[in-house]
Design a protein around this ligand. Structure first.
Ligand SMILES: [Mn+2]
Length: 442
């Protein structure tokens, strides 16, 4: 992998795109804040640092308190804060592949970094230290369109960004394989998670998002993050865990079962795995996230009828009555990149006009769909259908007009097994798509 040339092209694209946006809005330059290394309230212990997202789009390292200044026609300037301090290790510039693209100025303090932007005028600032930025005369509230345009640019990935996601996926795939083994040998959620981390070689603070490791009924809690020490010997494992490279994170979910798990549940896991791949196969320019989401509901309706969760009702009636929402209450996927739920998912265009599908936010089936975008070459999305047995959502149907369609005897057994989700990351290309996950993890 030639990171240096990939990164050089990536920065070339950033400069070109950003220059155009700055000129359109009458700014001379952009200041991206590396982010704060903040403390817990009244404590001398700090939060896990994470750089600001637009900073990470330009610069792959952790650089608390640092500032990146881009002035069109020049190399971007990195005012890198590296204080003299024998209590803490100072931030480091890290790998060399990116450094040639910047004019790097090492400064001793936050104040010195701010002083480094004083000489310039008409700069726009992105970051959370708006008071300091305002004092220096930086613009902190440009037109909404300005941020929309920067965010939109994030959804067209460069080859460098794809290489980062692939590298992250390789690590995460090692973790997922280890997690499966630990589950099969009867490990607890905690055992499984520690083995996941160990196999990736990364620390928890280096992961892109809080890992979801669920045995059995906990798989029905969409964002369950307890990682219990007990019980062991689960019948089902749902693990949603990623890894990062240069601050780009993959987002992968797998669901595994033991040989003696209830047959209907195993059929649902295999069925979701199949329909997930069928939906991935449709991902291409010209399709939209709304299409893929609708398709998932249709396929889930068919699966639930086939397995016998529903009885005496056709697939089309199931959909018409909104009954698949009970079992698949989230969206088919989202934009992926620096944020796990990346920016611009609901933009229709670069200027940030809302998608014409905005009305779908009122429709229970589409309410939690995080992106309504028409897919274009360069986008990276997740495809993550699921089927869950969530007591809170099922209980609504125990009485009333629709109750007789539900096979409660079976459902009560399935509730103990939680749910299923299968998630891959998909890169949309001119010709269709490339699955970024499956080459490394089945
Ligand atoms: Mn996801």
């Amino acid at each position: 992998m030639n990171w240096q040339s990939l990164f050089s092209d990536h920065i070339g694209t950033r400069k070109k795109t950003t220059e155009k946006i700055l000129i359109e809005h009458g700014f001379n330059g952009l200041v991206l804040d590396g982010g704060k290394a903040d403390y817990y309230y009244e404590d001398d212990q700090s939060w896990t640092y994470r750089p600001n997202h637009h900073f990470s789009h330009w610069c792959p390292i952790d650089a608390p308190w640092s500032l990146l200044v881009f002035l069109p026609g020049r190399k971007p300037i990195l005012l890198f804060v590296s204080p003299q301090d024998y209590w803490h290790d100072s931030p480091e510039l890290g790998p060399e592949f990116w450094q040639e693209e910047f004019e790097i100025k090492i400064v001793g303090s936050e104040q010195d970094a701010w002083a480094g932007v004083k000489a310039f005028t008409k700069l726009v600032y992105h970051g959370s230290r708006s008071a300091q930025a305002k004092d220096l005369g930086l613009e902190i509230q440009p037109a909404n369109k300005f941020w929309a345009q920067l965010n939109w640019a994030r959804s067209f990935k460069t080859p460098y960004e794809i290489a980062c996601l692939q590298d992250a996926t390789k690590k995460s795939a090692r973790g997922h394989s280890a997690a499966k083994k630990t589950f099969e040998s009867g490990g607890s959620e905690r055992d499984i998670y520690l083995d996941y981390l160990n196999a990736t070689g990364d620390l928890e603070r280096e992961l892109p998002y809080s890992s979801i490791v669920c045995l059995d009924e906990k798989a029905a809690i969409l964002h369950y993050t307890k990682q219990r020490k007990a019980p062991r010997h689960g019948k089902v494992l749902l693990i949603d865990a990623g890894a990062q490279t240069n601050r780009y994170g993959c987002d992968i979910t797998r669901t595994h079962y033991q040989k003696d798990t209830l047959k209907e549940f195993k059929d649902i896991v295999d069925g979701v795995d199949q329909l997930q791949q069928d939906i991935c196969a449709l991902a291409a320019p010209g399709k939209s996230m709304v299409d893929l989401h609708g398709m998932a509901h249709e396929k889930i309706a068919a699966l639930l009828v086939k397995v016998g969760v529903f009885k005496g009702i056709s697939e089309s009636d199931l959909l018409a009555k909104g009954l698949t929402n009970t079992f698949f209450p989230h969206g088919i996927g989202h934009m992926l990149g620096i944020f796990v739920h990346d920016v611009a998912g609901k933009q229709r265009n670069a200027d940030g006009d809302p998608a014409p599908t905005k009305h779908l936010e009122q429709d229970p089936r589409y309410k939690f769909l995080r992106s309504h975008r028409d897919l274009e070459s360069g986008n990276v999305i997740t495809v993550e259908p699921g089927v869950y047995f969530i007591p809170m959502l099922l209980d609504v149907h125990r009485t009333g007009a629709t109750s007789s369609y539900f096979n409660w005897t079976l459902i009560d057994q399935l509730v103990r097994l939680g749910g299923v989700r299968i998630e891959d990351d998909i890169f949309i290309t001119d010709k269709g798509h490339q699955n970024l996950t499956r080459p490394f993890l089945q």
